[in-house]
Ligand binder design. Structure first.
Ligand SMILES: C[S@@+](CC[C@H](N)C(=O)[O-])C[C@H]1O[C@@H](n2cnc3c(N)ncnc32)[C@H](O)[C@@H]1O
Length: 356
């Protein structure tokens, strides 16, 4: 894209507001919640024990109303409106589409023109991205740009995915890996960069995202990776053909029956002894305030399966599918974010890891 100072200034403003929201508004809301709980307890009322009760306690407070309004509309402003990313990319549609069409000639990309996405995927604008991740040819490029400010406090855009890659490589030296729900390849790239001899199969539903992933891999001169348009819960790939299966931010995008199918499919894809590692958002324990904030974030961001995912027993589901050594471990997405005195808003990052 050609530089556009107005769009850049507007997007920087939105990002700065998001940082203010994360570092100032959220900690104040948490403090207000704690004070309200203490005061209620002094009057003999029990502290909230779940997200619904936390909502009842603080949901009408002006600070929460502001917090919620601000979160919803900052995300909307990122994508839509005069200087949003969608109208910005629209200004160069023809040139961008010509560039994206090159992807269709690449050997590392396999799209299925007759592919039908599941209904859950097309029935709402995920992340408030107009038409979602597959409803427009430019959606992958828009998503790539948008993802640079999804975690506003991680200055080094690369950090999170490279940390996840390092965590997986600590547990296995992979030779054949599947990356499920790869998007535009942000989760795939660190693996092919860190392990150049790896045979990597990345799947996603979104053709617009896969085209961007394939073009980026060509630019990176990555030879061992292929991008396929497939459903992660039913890939059609050969059983026991991978020593590792990963996903990053996929689970929370799936309705619960799909999550169960994904777990079974991951098990089928792995050879005996293989490792599955999913990075996602799982609130640890029963912290009512954090659950309330996270579940309501899901609603505000058009991610309706965030709450159901957190109410599933993922350890049990993995064991039932045949996995062993199942663990859910908190994930430090940037230095210091797991420290007890860390106050800013963050996603509740966690890894689900298991062996076949
Ligand atoms: C939040 S994005 C994460 C993308 C990438 N893993 C990353 O870390 O940047 C979730 C991705 O899952 C994909 N997705 C959702 N449901 C899927 C399914 N059933 N099969 C394959 N991909 C799916 C979406 O198209 C999207 O690209």
């Amino acid at each position: 894209m050609k530089p556009n100072r107005k769009v850049d200034a507007y997007q920087q403003f939105v990002l700065d507001c998001k940082i203010f929201w994360s570092t100032q508004v959220y900690p104040e809301l948490q403090a207000q919640y704690d004070r309200t709980v203490e005061s209620a307890q002094r009057q003999g009322t029990a502290a909230p024990s779940n997200a619904r009760e936390a909502h009842a306690l603080i949901g009408d407070a002006p600070l929460y109303q502001f917090y919620a309004w601000y979160e919803r509309h900052l995300q909307r402003m990122k994508y839509s409106g005069r200087f949003g990313l969608v109208p910005h990319f629209e200004t160069e549609r023809e040139a961008l589409e010509a560039k994206l069409a090159e992807a269709d000639t690449l050997e590392n990309l396999e799209l299925d023109p007759a592919f039908e996405s599941p209904r859950y995927y097309t029935s709402f604008d995920v992340h408030q991205h107009p038409k979602g991740l597959a409803g427009d040819t430019l959606a992958g490029l828009v998503y790539e740009q948008a993802s640079r400010s999804t975690t506003p406090l991680i200055r080094r855009d690369r950090d999170l995915h490279y940390r996840f890659t390092a965590a997986v490589l600590n547990r296995i030296t992979p030779k054949r890996m599947a990356d499920l729900g790869c998007g535009f390849g942000k989760s795939t790239r660190p693996f092919y960069q860190e392990v150049p001899e790896l045979r990597l199969t990345a799947v996603d539903l979104s053709a617009p995202c896969l085209r961007v992933a394939a073009l980026n891999a060509r630019e990176d001169q990555a030879s061992g990776v292929r991008f396929l348009q497939r459903d992660a819960a039913n890939t059609g790939l050969a059983g026991e053909s991978f020593d590792s299966v990963t996903s990053t931010m996929l689970l929370h995008e799936l309705p619960p029956p799909y999550i169960e199918r994904l777990i079974t499919e991951s098990y089928r894809l792995l050879e005996p002894g293989g490792l599955v590692a999913h990075l996602d958002f799982l609130v640890p324990g029963h912290e009512p305030f954090k659950r309330f904030i996270h579940y309501s974030h899901g609603r505000r961001n058009n991610e309706p399966f965030m709450e159901p995912l957190n109410e599933l027993d993922l350890v049990d589901l993995h064991k039932k599918a045949g996995f062993r050594e199942v663990e859910i471990v908190p994930f430090e997405e940037a230095d210091g974010t797991l420290a007890p005195d860390y106050r800013a808003w963050r996603f509740p990052w966690a890894m689900v890891i298991a062996r076949k």
